[in-house]
Design a protein around this ligand. Structure first.
Ligand code: NAD
Length: 495
């Protein structure tokens, strides 16, 4: 591995490497008022790939004011169909710039380019076109109440939205928030994760080109504790939509209390992928490996716990280890790469610490779990066997390419272990017994259950969890509800 064509990648990237990236406020690219900047690194090479304006509270003030003006002005008053047309035009422009955006995302987030091509980019476009279609279909109901009144409901945009996005799927998760909020007539101040700001800024420029009026979409880059907190605490923000860690999510709920902002939170996971002895083991092991090693395990719904019935336990461990060893670690820009680096040195250390914790707890490290190469944050995919449900590597989100394989006896045991963490985002179950998989699907504490498959998402289906996995749902009609407020209207028919 790692005979990497970095120079070609740098040349292709030239645009952002060669110049500073600025904030996007009120339709213009502007520096931070403080003049401060921060660096963004390529996680595969540790090289600086951009210098980015570091937004602070004063920049957030400007951005929120611009969003408020745009909300009261052109955006909410525009014909709904026209809003939809602008979003569709934006989708067209993104497709025209697909190569550039895909490459940017891969370089900035260290994602294998093949995965961005197959998953992140098409999902972002699908989300945008889906909600563009919603723009002129958001209605209310006429409700029967009294004979002397006409009573009906309308749904109105909530107002100025703060969208706070993590680094694991900057483009796709960013679009999960932007597209429905804009379709509903809201305006936005978005704060990308400081590790991955570049695709957001580029698509923001293209939104202006598509005809989005100035101030409708503002992007303030910078640290969560400064720009993020200023947004969450801002008295003129009406709603916060957040994806990230449970710790930050708790702080957001507290910050939002000041003016009772609407809050939706997509947080962490420790999802169980449960394999019964009567499952198609080949398909199950293949999906279980993809379920944890995709995006180097930095996926909220990663199947980081694989629960295996005791009679087939050794076989599944063996198959998982073989699949882990077969992954191609390397330059994310190489289309053959299937496992890229993790996002940062800090994240790498956290993951390697968990590998040590797993060993100290007495789990058996079957393969992987080591820093690979002399530059970049690469970790070989790790399979832990003999993991007990109570161990920290079974309870805590590692957010890296590390899978804990846990043995269970029967259905009740599987369910107890699957539901036995603080999280509830997703779960998978593999069996040829349809009664068994349906019993599991009914009782699993999870926002999504996959039966004889794992990992699919679709913007048409609700997405999210409860407890440490979050609050509310994204996607589908749930997102329309998130970004609108219902209003009841009474009209007296006798006056
Ligand atoms: P994080 O919580 O550290 O950061 C997420 C975002 O919040 C970033 O933009 C960050 O700058 C910002 N932020 C940080 N501190 C803040 C504060 N005090 N106030 C306001 N904003 C602040 O999370 P992360 O490390 O970027 O992402 C990893 C976490 O996100 C994992 O726990 C993962 O499970 C979760 N995640 C969940 C989903 C989902 O859909 N449920 C999807 C992706 C990631």
């Amino acid at each position: 591995m790692m005979s990497i064509a970095y120079d070609d990648a740098r040349e292709a990237f030239g645009r952002s490497a060669a110049r500073d990236e600025l904030l996007l406020i009120d339709g213009a690219r502007v520096p931070a008022i403080s003049g401060r900047t921060f660096k963004s690194l390529n996680p595969a090479t540790e090289e600086v790939i951009a210098t980015i304006a570091e937004g602070g509270a004063a920049d957030v003030d400007r951005a929120v004011a611009a969003a408020r003006r745009a909300f009261e002005g052109p955006w909410r008053t525009m014909r709904a169909a026209e809003r939809g047309h602008i979003l569709l035009k934006w989708a067209e422009l993104l497709k025209q710039h697909a190569d550039e955006i895909i490459e940017l995302e891969s370089l900035d987030a260290g994602k294998p380019i093949a995965a961005v091509l197959r998953q992140d980019f098409p999902a972002a476009i699908d989300t945008l076109t889906y909600y563009a279609g919603w723009a002129d279909k958001i209605g209310g109901d006429v409700v029967s109440t009294r004979d002397d009144a006409l009573t009906y409901t309308v749904r109105e945009p909530v107002g100025v939205v703060a969208a706070i996005v993590p680094w694991n799927f900057p483009l796709m998760i960013g679009m999960w928030k932007l597209a429905p909020a804009l379709a509903c007539g809201c305006t936005i101040v978005m704060k990308p994760a400081e590790l991955t700001s570049l695709s957001a800024l580029r698509i923001g420029e293209l939104a202006l080109e598509a005809g989005l009026p100035r101030g409708v979409l503002n992007i303030v880059t910078g640290p969560g504790r400064i720009a993020g907190e200023a947004l969450v605490n801002h008295p003129d923000v009406d709603k916060v939509t957040f994806t990230g860690s449970p710790g930050v999510g708790r702080g957001i709920m507290r910050g939002a209390a000041g003016n009772f902002k609407r809050v939706s939170l997509e947080l962490g996971g420790k999802s169980a992928n449960v394999i019964f002895e009567d499952a198609n083991l080949d398909a199950a092991a293949k999906a279980a490996a993809a379920g944890i090693f995709f995006n180097a395990g930095q996926v909220c719904s990663a199947g980081s716990r694989v629960l295996v019935q005791e009679s087939v336990y050794d076989e599944v461990v063996e198959r998982l280890a073989a699949r882990a060893s077969a992954l191609r670690i390397g330059d994310p820009q190489d289309r053959a790469t299937t496992l890229g680096p993790v996002i940062s040195e800090k994240q790498m250390k956290t993951i390697l610490d968990y590998v040590d914790i797993g060993k100290q707890e007495g789990a058996l490290l079957v393969t992987g779990g080591e820093h690979v190469g002399d530059r970049g944050y690469f970790i070989s995919p790790a399979v832990f066997a003999n993991v007990k449900h109570e161990m920290r590597i079974s309870q805590e989100e590692i957010f890296g390419p590390v899978v804990s394989v846990i043995k269970f006896k029967d259905e009740a045991d599987a369910l107890r272990i699957a539901n036995g963490t603080a999280y509830s985002l997703a779960a998978g179950v593999w069996s040829s017994d349809m009664g068994r998989v349906q019993r599991f699907a009914k009782r699993a504490r999870a926002g999504t259950v996959w039966i004889n498959t794992y990992g699919y998402t679709d913007v048409r289906l609700p997405w999210g969890g409860e407890r440490d996995s979050g609050l509310g749902r994204e996607h589908g009609t749930a997102a329309i509800d998130n970004f609108t407020e219902p209003k009841a209207v009474w009209m007296n028919l006798n006056v």
